[in-house]
Ligand binder design. Structure first.
Ligand code: SF4
Ligand code: SF4
Length: 739
């Protein structure tokens, strides 16, 4: 595409009052090849937009550089069609709203911002969307329990074909094993019938849903809109091409045999909540030891849960399950004596009404830790406990049955230990707590990175993305229900609908060649200049989403529809042969090159800020919105993710005389907030390489700093930037200035 660049400088929102706009225009026209350069008092209003549209029409402008507000706002207003390149220069939030007006340093900052935007515009090409061949919008749901059935129903109702795979002979999952559900209708005092048969026939009668029972997934290969799943049903192999996958394989109860200290295995009258459901479902409500009726029962909540020795987390549903079972026993025998020992009784929302109702039924709710269970000599059980409210020891009367409320363990938590990817030097690039991150054999993905979705702590394949629930580390695969996180029936229903919607979003956007999340709508994808590839495998290993397979020679085999466009591979590639049409090593390098670096006598140091566009860049905008003022030496370049940072930019910037570099990324570690999981962590890992660069240039290590910021940390930014500037002043100017 032959480029014709039009530059449009807005004078609204205080820009015109704070800056010398004519001088800015001269920067554009004198230093760059631009066809048109105009200013306008309010570019986003109709006359401003018309001005640009006229130039597009009459002068053939096809690259529009808007020097105005942040690129995070008005993107729809400044959209001139998919055949036009639009580059935004942030003069408002990050220049005039965060720096004093009519000031030499503010003007220099604005001019550099414009230079960087124009340098980028000169390099950017229009992305051509990757459109999958033989694409499918069918949704595969693995697991036919409550979550799987709801996900299948919701996707089918939205008009999508669904394949539902269940390993058991019938749909229903855990619902088949329970007597009743917690109350869901006013006055929320009575457990409700399960009505499973009605639900199952609703699912099986949906034309758009194909159900395979007694079936498992033997393998899945491919990528969103092009997944090829092999489903095995008896001796039959069924091949299905699907667009997205909902993983709804649920959880299993914690192994009660590990709870010997609570009497399980020692006394046959110590049972689990699952066994109580079986008793009521079968109508055989008897003591296992002697077949006598149950006239007294003690429940122990958090049996093994919220306990570092067993399950350190709360399983979120057991409290309400126990309340439900208390009401079973009371209904069965109103005189039944019931004790409930709890750490906290987490009955939220309408369940509070259920709890209050049961408090009136002569149930002993005791906030306390059970310290012992003994046979009283007659076969009955006596519990001793520490009452946490009165701080006194207590002892129950002898009871017929003790029920342990065991927690849930995700079905993904069984299998081989998850192996962390390794760096070029063989070091693990992410920290994996021993025995906590595991993979299973539910999906059998044919991915270079392993057969299952990597899980977080405790084996849940949740994303930990506060902004993106249902995400996993495998694009197009959405865990839902208790496999994703401990949850009760109501939340599982919501979760199923949410995951179905994500799967639909995935197939719709992927079929148009667009990224799904977090860069929703982005049509760029990484391109590899394979002639120079050394098969080092850095890209395949560091891609957080397993988007790149490799052939037997180690050549990367990218799967564009798995890609989330983070650029981590671009940052990892030592040969710098991975680029996007609108984001590349050269592009950012050129932005750095055009920053005007005054010589050391001018006492105007320069700080390059490479800011993650997901949190750090918006935080800088927020600082501007609140008119927080910070050092004017900073020159901010947004990165898709700090993990896309290539070391060459640091070397280039330092060799050019830039005094310091600040890398602003998201929080990393177990409770990371990085939208690309480990991008900011990788940037930190690469700091050792940065140190080599600094040593080679004989520069102080303090000249490069990494800071973790979330969007809500905007108020901390002025201090971070100002302190860094002070530090650089102490160090003195970069000796490479002027070279
Ligand atoms: S851009 Fe990100 S998701 Fe895509 S291949 Fe590269 S590292 Fe993987
Ligand atoms: S990181 Fe670059 S050189 Fe290494 S395998 Fe990937 S594309 Fe090839």
């Amino acid at each position: 595409m032959e480029k014709k660049v039009g530059v449009y400088i807005c004078q609204g929102c205080g820009i015109g009052d704070a800056l010398d706009v004519e001088a800015l225009k001269s920067v554009a026209t004198d230093e760059f090849d631009v066809a048109v350069c105009k200013s306008h008092e309010c570019l986003c209003h109709k006359p401003g937009i018309e001005l640009i549209k006229n130039d597009i029409k009459s002068d053939g402008v096809n690259v529009v550089v808007i020097a105005a507000c942040s690129p995070r706002v008005m993107y729809d207003v400044f959209d001139f069609g998919s055949d036009k390149i639009v580059e935004r220069v942030n003069l408002r939030e990050q220049v005039v709203w965060s720096h004093p007006p009519q000031d030499e340093d503010t003007q220099m900052l604005a001019e550099d911002q414009l230079r960087m935007g124009l340098a980028k515009a000169a390099e950017v090409e229009l992305p051509e969307p990757f459109v999958a061949e033989d694409l499918s919008k069918k949704i595969l749901v693995v697991g036919g329990g409550l979550t799987g059935m709801v996900a299948a129903r919701e996707a089918a109702r939205a008009g999508y074909d669904v394949v539902l795979v269940e390993k058991e002979p019938e749909l229903g999952g855990y619902l088949r094993k329970i007597y009743k559900l917690p109350p869901a209708t006013p006055p929320y005092e009575k457990p409700e019938d399960v009505k499973l048969d009605e639900f199952v026939s609703e699912i099986t009668s949906l034309d758009k849903v194909t159900v395979y029972t007694n079936a498992t997934v033997a393998s899945i290969e491919g990528a969103p809109c092009m997944f090829d799943a092999i489903i095995v049903q008896g001796s039959k192999e069924i091949k299905e091409r699907v667009g997205a996958i909902v993983l709804a394989t649920g959880a299993v109860p914690y192994d009660a045999s590990k709870l010997e200290h609570l009497g399980f295995g020692k006394y046959s009258d110590v049972v689990t909540i699952q066994q109580v459901e079986e008793m009521f479902l079968s109508g055989e409500v008897k003591r296992p030891s002697n077949g006598q009726p149950v006239n007294s029962v003690a429940f122990i909540l958090c049996a093994g849960s919220r306990d570092p020795e067993h399950l350190p987390y709360c399983s979120s549903s057991c409290c309400v399950e126990v309340l439900k079972q208390v009401s079973y026993f009371k209904e069965n025998n109103p005189d039944c004596t019931v004790y409930v020992f709890y750490k906290d009784l987490r009955a939220t929302g309408v369940y509070e009404l259920f709890y209050k109702h049961l408090q009136k039924q002569k149930v002993f709710f005791i906030k306390g830790d059970v310290t012992g269970i003994e046979d009283d000599g007659s076969g009955n059980l006596v519990l001793t406990a520490e009452d946490n409210l009165t701080r006194s020891p207590i002892m129950t009367e002898a009871v017929d049955l003790v029920v342990l409320a065991t927690g849930m363990v995700p079905t993904t938590a069984f299998g081989e230990p998850y192996k962390a990817p390794t760096s070029e030097e063989g070091e693990e690039v992410e920290e994996v707590p021993p025995d906590t991150i595991l993979v299973s054999n539910l999906l059998n993905l044919k991915y270079r990175q392993g057969p299952e979705i990597p899980a977080l702590k405790y084996g849940f394949p949740d994303s930990n993305f506060i902004c993106f629930p249902y995400e996993s580390r495998r694009t197009g695969i959405y865990p839902a229900g208790s496999v994703r996180s401990p949850m009760d029936y109501v939340r599982a229903i919501d979760d199923a609908a949410g995951a179905a919607m994500k799967a639909i979003q995935c197939v719709e956007l992927t079929s148009q060649g667009k990224a799904v999340h977090p860069r929703a709508g982005d049509t760029s994808f990484p391109e590899f200049f394979m002639q120079r590839c050394t098969q080092c495998k850095r890209c395949t290993e560091e891609c957080p989403f397993g988007a790149i397979n490799e052939d037997e020679k180690g050549n990367p085999l990218p799967n564009p529809t798995r890609c989330r466009r983070c650029g981590v591979c671009m940052g990892a590639c030592p040969e710098r042969i991975i680029s996007f049409k609108n984001y590349s090593v050269g592009m950012i390098g050129n932005m750095i090159k055009v920053i005007n670096v005054p010589d050391e006598y001018e006492e105007k140091p320069r700080i390059l800020v490479l800011a993650c566009e997901n949190d750090a860049y918006p935080a800088l905008d927020m600082a501007g919105l609140r008119r927080l003022q910070y050092n004017p030496w900073v020159r901010v370049i947004p990165l898709r993710c700090l993990g896309s940072m290539n070391i060459i930019w640091i070397a280039d910037a330092l060799s050019k005389g830039i005094d310091g570099i600040l890398l602003l990324g998201c929080k990393y570690g177990d409770d990371y907030q990085c939208h690309f999981i480990k991008g900011s962590e990788l940037a930190n890992v690469r700091m050792s390489k940065i140190k080599e660069t600094l040593d080679r240039l004989v520069l102080e290590s303090e000249r490069v700093r990494v800071e973790e910021v979330s969007i809500t940390d905007y108020h901390k930014l002025p201090k971070i930037l100002d302190e860094f500037a002070e530090k650089l002043e102490e160090l003195g100017p970069n000796p490479y200035k002027g070279f």
